[in-house]
Design a binder for this molecule. Structure first.
Ligand code: SAM
Length: 482
């Protein structure tokens, strides 16, 4: 029986409720009146506290996703863009993945790290190698990482992950620092989540892969990840362990996208109902070619148009949740969806274990790679590209370091303080990037952008302080924040 407040996976991701949602969406996909009223409900509104959005239920959002009337789809895209502008403005947060180990005891049939793959070399970074990787990432200009690891209690126990986090935070190379480490490791116990929380992680990210239980079990035929309930209930354990910011995602291409979409939103509703705060981020990975993985053998691939619509509908349904897109996607695809709700992208990424240190910007090792990277540009190129498109690449990590996690971050969003806070923080961290790491062409574009954007800070005191801090960054000081 469907119950968003239940702590049981099969009750908050209830298959019958998803089937009923899909039937309702199909029945109403040409119901203009209903669709217009859903779009109206989701539109940003000025209130005494700032700008607010009501969001949508999984049923309402599923109707939007099912609707195939071109003019209404265009309206959805415009609304997604309005919501994005209202809460995230033109800032795009930058990050990079850091692969620690590809030892894995699971048998995910879509992932080349699966246990039975004997052709892929297995590698686990030593602490000295972690240090070299982090120096290489800092020298590119990164401040925020997502660490990635296979699941293997012998080779990659929680103690190993904690040691790596400690090493990452301890390295300060030249002006570099990693100020936020997000963690993407397999579902674990409350006790281990508490240890991760105490180690100072940012977001705990875990992709559901698929919400469809039967498919999930078939796609994970053996190993600890086979257990659907344990995996699906992981975010509740993470929150119980003290982690406020959790990141959801499904791997698009495994199951029917409409099913996944409804499941994803039900998961968000569940977190809100039980913990009073929804997911901090939602990722939208699509299946990619990899060592012994051929994405064409999976039946549920989605094209770029549907992908864009999914992103727009997520943006409309959960307006305050950050949305992440990785270098699995091409430059062209990333360009299209930035406007529709994406707030965070990776740049200069390597998906192999030890892929950064000792390699030139245009050189990439493929032997231990998790999947083919589609967008292969360097971080400097991605930063310049974003600025040429009118976005502000941001290396900001201030919210987490100021304790603005969970509902405190959401309330910053809702009260419209973002322009006085996130906006200057983005400009200051971009300035650090320009001073320390940018090519002359990127620097020229960035300096002009910063001058123009500083004038848009509404609060006079914040504007004056931001200008002062930026001058100080030019003089060699670092790490200012609001
Ligand atoms: N091992 C951890 C787990 O099981 O959750 C997480 C780390 S794994 C390196 C990160 C994610 O990569 C997985 O959750 C999966 O969604 C994604 N992934 C695996 N194989 C992929 C492929 N062939 N193409 C695209 N993404 C893939």
């Amino acid at each position: 029986m469907y119950n968003p407040k239940s702590l049981k996976a099969e009750e908050f991701i209830d298959d019958a409720e998803i089937q009923a949602t899909l039937a309702y969406a199909e029945e109403n996909k040409h119901n203009r009146e209903l669709i217009e009223s859903i779009l109206e409900k989701a539109a940003p509104r000025k209130t005494g506290r700032g700008t607010e959005c009501a969001g949508l239920t999984h049923r309402e959002a599923s109707v939007l996703l099912a609707c195939d009337i071109p003019e209404l789809t265009e309206k959805m895209f415009r609304l997604a863009n309005d919501i994005k502008q209202a809460f995230y403005g033109n800032r795009i947060v930058m990050f990079a993945p850091l692969y620690l180990s590809n030892y894995c005891v699971n048998q995910c049939v879509y992932c080349p790290y699966h246990y039975q793959n004997k052709s892929i070399p297995r590698k686990k970074l030593t602490q000295e190698e972690v240090k070299q990787e982090v120096i290489a990432l800092q020298d590119m200009g990164h401040k925020r990482l997502a660490i990635e690891s296979g699941e293997d209690p012998v080779n990659n126990p929680i103690e190993y992950i904690l040691e790596c986090i400690h090493t990452i935070y301890s390295i300060k190379h030249k002006n570099g620092a990693i100020r936020r480490v997000n963690v993407n490791i397999a579902a674990t116990t409350v006790e281990n989540y508490r240890k991760l929380h105490e180690a100072g992680i940012g977001t705990y990210i875990l992709f559901q892969e698929t919400y469809h239980k039967k498919s999930y079990e078939a796609l994970h035929p053996a190993g600890p990840k086979h257990n659907y309930a344990y995996h699906t209930e992981a975010m509740d354990r993470a929150m119980e362990g003290g982690i406020d910011d959790v990141g959801l995602g499904v791997l698009f291409g495994l199951e029917m996208y409409k099913y996944e979409f409804a499941g994803l939103l039900m998961h968000a509703e569940h977190l809100e109902a039980v913990h009073g705060v929804g997911p901090h981020t939602i990722s939208v990975p699509r299946l990619r070619r990899a060592d012994d993985i051929d994405p064409d053998t999976f039946d549920n691939g989605i094209d770029d148009e549907i992908f864009a619509k999914i992103i727009a509908c997520i943006r409309i349904a959960v307006p305050y949740t950050g949305m992440i897109i990785s270098t699995r996607e091409s430059e062209q695809c990333r360009n299209r969806v930035l406007d529709l709700g994406i707030s965070q992208i990776s740049g200069g990424s390597r998906t192999s274990v030890g892929g950064y240190a000792g390699y030139e910007a245009d050189e990439r090792p493929h032997d231990t790679e998790q999947f083919d990277v589609s967008d292969q540009r360097s971080l400097d190129e991605v930063v310049k590209w974003l600025m040429d498109l009118g976005y502000i690449p941001s290396f900001c990590t201030a919210c987490y370091r100021e304790g603005r996690t969970g509902d405190r971050f959401m309330s910053l969003c809702k009260t419209g303080q973002i322009l006085n806070c996130c906006h200057p923080n983005a400009l200051m961290t971009l300035k650090e990037f320009l001073e320390d790491y940018a090519s002359p062409a990127t620097k020229a574009v960035g300096e002009k952008l910063i001058r123009e954007e500083l004038e848009k800070i509404p609060n006079e005191k914040a504007r004056r302080l931001a200008k002062e801090y930026i001058e100080n960054i030019h003089l060699g000081k670092r790490d200012f924040r609001f």
